[in-house]
Design a protein around this ligand. Structure first.
Ligand code: F6P
Length: 561
């Protein structure tokens, strides 16, 4: 029987005619394509490679492709059955085949009645937002000052990224903390700052079994009871909430304010669900709904725009082009907005947990590279750290810049002088962003470098040697995404853009982007090793693990200072 996921409907990209054509095209034109020459030849190149999606404009012109490449890549998407695959996801078919689950994070941001499970989704959303508003009122009255979200991976990274990004929209007087690591050095300094009577804890875990989260939740509960004193047990109901699919486990923990979600929401796609409660607490119900609406607008674009003008599709295709044809194994993300400083970490999980796979849907080994390493830092900070390597290193790295046109600092910065100063800083930020992508592309020849004075150059060396050190090969590719402003709506659209882009490259590789078996082995081994830390038993272990256990003092009582 031919199912939606069979190779007949959804072939792997390397089984298509377009793939073979792209191989030839890469050898003939792609490998050597010079961006400087391409711009000199075609004054319309910027417009030809500009794409506007909801809330996000993309300049794709500084990528090492031409119109023929784009046509072949778009053919590749079509021949790989990307449209059928996308439609299957949106319709709620069980495309997460290894777990037999649907993949319906898009249903979480669809208007009532517009996607599967609408009633369930909207009744939890309404309840979660009503709870958030109630807590925000408590905060205004000074009853709550701090919220601690305890969760890890997908139950942490989304809210932890979005809350600072939307700081300008956040209610003042309510501080959000995020605790994820099982290392007590994460929770201890947070607890130290808190007043139990004014703190709300959220235990966020899809499964409510994750070791790190459960350990931190138990510790937080013990701390709360200790600090609260008499009446602490009864106060848990007011001071603890849970966001989980495992409502029974939350009840056993003693939490009654529980907001559920469903197995068809992947952890790394869950910030739109009840897992978004910390976001709703920070920015309020209306802004949370705007975040959902922005994501939904991008979903509609992904669902309906032609492949050639479909931004997630084109970005996913470029990712495959660099990964499988140019041999690039990493992509650097540089958001030029301090609020987006956690975006690279968020994208690491989104992309690397989704597409870091080496077999296809049938379990057949993949002959091509899959997920790149995704990394980065907010600009301009990254410039003063690793950009050296991007400009002059031996590897060509795809760089993605994110620029935001207008600033929004929130209502507090009122003085005109301060506003002028901030406007000036914003221009400096944007100039830096543009300068970096320009420098990556244009480079500088040794001949050009030789004509310049380099004040710190050693007088011992001749001009030509110094010029070789000071030259830049250039022709290094980048994409620039532009938002008009960083608002709940535009951020929602931006995140959904990344989600769909990861879907596209995963679909072309014919992998299951929605499971994460690769994290299981380490978890199982950790359970086996944990008792050995107390007993010191190293029997049957490999030599290195046994040696390290001893070195770490296994078998002796732990030092907690
Ligand atoms: O690390 C694996 C993982 O399952 C992630 O996919 C997930 O986001 C994270 O752990 C947290 O899981 P949970 O929400 O069930 O605590």
């Amino acid at each position: 029987m031919t199912t939606t996921t069979s190779a007949a409907v959804w072939p792997r990209c390397d089984a298509t005619v377009a793939w073979t054509a792209l191989r030839g095209h890469y050898e003939a034109h792609g490998r050597e394509l010079d961006l400087r020459e391409a711009f000199a030849r075609d004054p319309g190149r910027f417009d030809s490679f500009a794409l506007q999606a909801p809330e996000v404009f993309a300049d794709l012109s500084k990528n090492r492709w031409d119109l023929a490449t784009r046509k072949l890549l778009t053919d590749l998407a079509r021949e790989s059955g990307i449209e059928a695959r996308r439609d299957a996801m949106l319709a709620g078919e069980p495309i997460n085949t290894t777990e037999g689950r649907a993949v319906l994070h898009t249903a979480l941001r669809a208007p009532r009645g517009a996607a599967p499970f609408g009633e369930q989704v909207h009744s939890v959303l309404d309840a979660m937002l009503a709870y958030a508003e109630q807590q925000r009122r408590r905060a205004k009255q000074g009853e709550i000052t701090d919220v601690v979200n305890i969760g890890i991976g997908g139950s942490d990274l989304g809210p932890q990224m979005v809350v600072p990004a939307l700081d300008a929209y956040a209610q003042r007087g309510l501080t959000l903390h995020f605790v994820s690591n099982v290392d007590g050095h994460d929770i201890a300094p947070v607890l130290r700052q808190l007043d139990a009577r004014r703190t709300l804890f959220i235990v966020a875990s899809k499964t409510f079994t994750t070791q790190e989260t459960m350990a931190n939740a138990q510790l937080a509960r013990a701390w709360f009871l200790e600090q609260y004193g008499d009446g602490g047990e009864a106060a848990i109901a007011k001071h603890f909430a849970a966001t989980t699919t495992n409502v029974d486990a939350a009840a056993t923990f003693g939490i009654s304010a529980t907001f559920g979600f469903w197995d068809w929401v992947g952890g790394r796609y869950s910030l739109w669900s009840a897992i978004g409660l910390p976001i709703a607490l920070a920015i309020g119900a209306d802004n949370f709904r705007a975040l959902l609406a922005g994501a939904h607008a991008m979903d509609q674009h992904f669902a309906h725009a032609e492949l050639a003008h479909n931004l997630p599709v084109q970005l996913g295709l470029l990712d495959v082009w660099y990964r499988n044809f140019h041999g690039a194994s990493s992509r650097s993300v540089a958001p030029y907005h301090q609020g987006l400083r956690r975006l690279p970490a968020y994208l690491q999980q989104l992309e690397m947990e989704s597409n870091g796979k080496s077999v296809d849907l049938d379990g057949a080994p993949l002959p091509m590279g899959t997920s790149p390493v995704v990394w980065g830092e907010a600009g301009t900070n990254g410039q003063h750290a690793y950009f050296q390597m991007l400009h002059q290193g031996t590897d060509v790295i795809q760089v993605e810049f994110i620029a935001v046109r207008r600033t929004h600092y929130g209502p507090e910065i009122l003085s005109p002088a301060l506003r002028a100063g901030l406007a000036d800083q914003h221009n400096k930020l944007l100039a830096n962003c543009l300068a970096q992508s320009q420098a990556l592309m244009l480079g500088k020849t040794a001949a050009e470098a030789a004509t310049e004075k380099a004040p710190t150059a050693s007088a011992e060396l001749d001009v030509a040697t110094i010029a070789r050190h000071r030259s830049f090969r250039g022709n290094r590719p980048s994409t620039t995404l532009v938002l008009d402003e960083l608002s709940p709506r535009s951020l929602g659209a931006l995140i959904a853009l990344y989600e769909h882009r990861v879907f596209v490259s995963g679909a072309l590789w014919r992998i299951n982007s929605f499971d994460q078996w690769g994290v299981e082995l380490g978890k199982a081994l950790c359970s086996q090793l944990l008792p050995r830390l107390s007993t010191g038993d190293t029997a049957g272990l490999d030599g290195s693990t046994a040696g390290l256990l001893k070195r770490l003092g296994a078998g002796k009582s732990a030092d907690v200072a």
